[in-house]
Design a protein around this ligand. Structure first.
Ligand SMILES: *Cc1c(COP(=O)(O)O)cnc(C)c1O
Length: 432
C-alpha cells in the first residue's frame, strides 16, 4: 500500500505508511491519503472479536509492504487496551462510547496508535525526538498520555490558559518525565503560531528533531476506523441492517475515518455530521459554497473549527458538492440546543452527555420518526466528567469521575506559564 498527497493529482510522489506517519504532512503541503482503498468484507473478520483483533485485520492492508507490517498486531494490542462499548438506549438509538481511554476522549485511540508506531520508527542513532503539540483541549492530553515515559521521545504541549475546562487543563498539566506543558497567555491560534514558528526556526531545528502529532497525521486517522468497523460487525452479527452514524465533528478526522470504513466495504449506512455553531460545513452542504472562516467559541469547544483541515481529504475523494452530498449530510446544533439536550438527558435517556456528544443526540432527536427508525449509532466522543463545569449546573448533580481520570486529577499540576510569543518558546526549547 502506498500513500499519496491530496494535492498530487498525478500521484507522482508515493510514500510508505511509515514515511507518511513520520512526515505528518506531504512535501507539497497536502495531506496523506491511501493511493487505493483496500476492500474487505465481513467474512474477513471471522474469529476477530475484541478491538485489537479487529484492528489487526482491518489495518493489515494499510500496512501491506511497510516496515511496520510485522509489528501491526503488537501496535494494535498496545493501542486498544480499553473497552469501546455500544449501548442500546431504551426506545432510542445506540451509543458508541469512545471515552473509556486514559484521558476520556476518543483522541486516545489515535494518539496511542501514533505513539506505538512512532516508537517503533525511532532508532537510537537519530537522537531524541521532540513532539510539539498545540492543543485546544483533548488532543494534548491524549498525546501526553500516549507518549509519557517512552524513551527517546519528548513531548512539549502548548495550550491556551483559561480557554480549556479546568479538568482539561489539569489533564494537560499533570505529566512529568518526558512531557512538558506550557500554559500560554493567549488563544489556541497563538499556540499554533508558536508551534509553526518553532518548526521554521533554524536554530531550533538544528538543535532538536521536531515532529508534530496533530490530527491530520494518517497514523491517527487509520485506527479511528476500528470502532466503526466494530459497530458494523456487531450490527451484522445481530442480523441488523447497516447502521447510520451520527458523529460530533470539528476537524472531520473522526468523520473521515467513518467514510473510509464504508469505502473499504464494511456495512456503514448513512453518515451524519453533527457540528456546533461553527457553520462552515453545514452551510457548504446547504449552499455548495466552501467558505472557511475564523472559529467561534461554543460549549462543544473541541469542535470549534472554522476551517476543518480534513475537508481537504473529503474534497480529494468526493470532488465537489454533489459528490460530498452523496457521501454524508451535516447539521448544526447551537449552544441553546446543546444545553437543553444535556439537561434532558438524565430523565429522557438515563444518560449524562458531554457537550460534544449532545450535538449528536440532538441531531437524532430532531429527526422525523421515519428517519430515526432507520437505525443509528451516536458517537459519544468524550466523558461528561471532563466538562463538569458545563454539565453539572445543567443536570443539577455531580458527574462521577472515571478512575483513570481521578488518578490524573490527583497529581500536581506542573504547567509553566508562557507569554504568547515565539521567542519565549524558542528559549525554552533551546535551553532544556
Ligand atoms: C476532537 C473532538 C471532536 C471533533 O473531532 P474531529 O475529528 O476533529 O471532527 C469531537 N468531540 C470531542 C470530545 C473531541 O475531542
Amino acid at each position: 500500500m502506498h500513500y499519496v498527497s491530496t494535492r498530487d493529482s498525478e500521484g507522482a510522489g508515493v510514500f510508505t505508511l511509515s514515511e507518511a506517519i513520520h512526515r505528518g504532512l506531504a512535501p507539497d503541503g497536502g495531506l496523506f491519503v491511501p493511493r487505493a482503498m483496500p476492500r474487505l468484507n465481513i467474512e474477513d473478520f471471522e474469529g476477530a472479536n475484541d478491538p485489537a483483533e479487529i484492528a489487526a485485520v482491518l489495518l493489515a492492508p494499510f500496512f501491506d509492504g511497510d516496515p511496520l507490517a510485522a509489528e501491526l498486531p503488537a501496535i494494535c494490542a498496545e493501542t486498544f487496551t480499553f473497552p469501546l462499548p455500544v449501548l442500546e438506549l431504551d426506545g432510542g438509538p445506540a451509543v458508541l462510547e469512545l471515552f473509556h481511554g486514559p484521558t476520556a476522549a476518543f483522541k486516545d485511540v489515535g494518539a496511542r496508535f501514533l505513539a506505538a508506531c512512532t516508537q517503533r520508527l525511532e532508532t537510537d542513532a537519530d537522537g531524541p525526538l521532540t513532539i510539539l503539540v498545540a492543543t485546544s483541549g483533548d488532543t494534548g492530553s491524549a498525546v501526553a498520555a500516549a507518549f509519557h515515559h517512552r524513551p527517546g521521545i519528548e513531548v512539549v504541549i502548548l495550550f491556551p490558559a483559561g480557554l480549556v475546562s479546568a479538568r482539561q487543563a489539569q489533564l494537560l498539566s499533570c505529566w512529568d518525565d518526558n512531557v512538558r506543558s506550557f500554559s500560554v497567555d493567549g488563544a489556541f491560534d497563538d499556540c499554533q503560531r508558536m508551534v509553526k514558528a518553532a518548526f521554521a526556526d533554524a536554530d531550533i531545528t538544528a538543535a532538536r528533531r521536531l515532529s508534530s502529532a496533530n490530527s491530520i497525521n494518517i497514523g491517527r486517522l487509520l485506527p479511528q476506523m476500528v470502532y466503526y468497523a466494530m459497530a458494523t460487525l456487531r450490527a451484522a452479527r445481530q442480523g441488523q441492517p447497516p447502521p447510520g452514524f451520527i458523529i460530533p465533528s470539528g476537524n472531520l478526522g473522526n468523520a473521515f475515518a467513518c467514510l473510509m470504513t464504508r469505502e473499504v466495504g464494511l456495512p456503514v449506512g448513512e453518515i451524519l455530521l453533527a457540528t456546533n455553531a461553527n457553520l462552515t460545513v453545514a452551510e457548504f452542504m446547504d449552499s455548495g459554497d466552501w467558505r472557511p472562516r475564523v472559529s467561534v467559541p461554543t460549549l462543544a469547544s473541541a469542535m470549534d473549527v472554522g476551517d476543518p483541515s480534513n475537508m481537504e481529504r473529503v474534497f480529494w475523494r468526493y470532488r465537489d458538492h454533489a459528490g460530498v452530498s452523496d457521501a454524508f449530510a451535516a447539521v448544526s446544533i447551537d449552544d441553546a440546543a446543546i444545553r437543553e439536550t444535556i439537561s434532558a438527558g438524565p430523565a429522557r435517556w438515563h444518560q449524562v452527555w458531554c457537550p460534544h456528544t449532545a450535538t449528536a443526540v440532538r441531531a437524532w432527536e430532531r429527526m422525523p420518526a421515519a428517519d430515526q427508525a432507520r437505525g443509528w449509532v451516536l458517537v459519544a466522543t468524550a466523558h461528561p466528567a471532563k466538562f463538569n463545569d458545563i454539565v453539572e449546573p445543567l443536570i443539577g448533580e455531580p458527574v462521577p469521575v472515571p478512575a483513570a481520570m481521578q488518578q490524573l486529577l490527583s497529581l500536581p499540576a506542573r504547567a509553566e506559564t508562557l507569554p504568547p510569543d515565539s521567542t519565549a518558546l524558542s528559549a525554552r526549547l533551546l535551553g532544556i
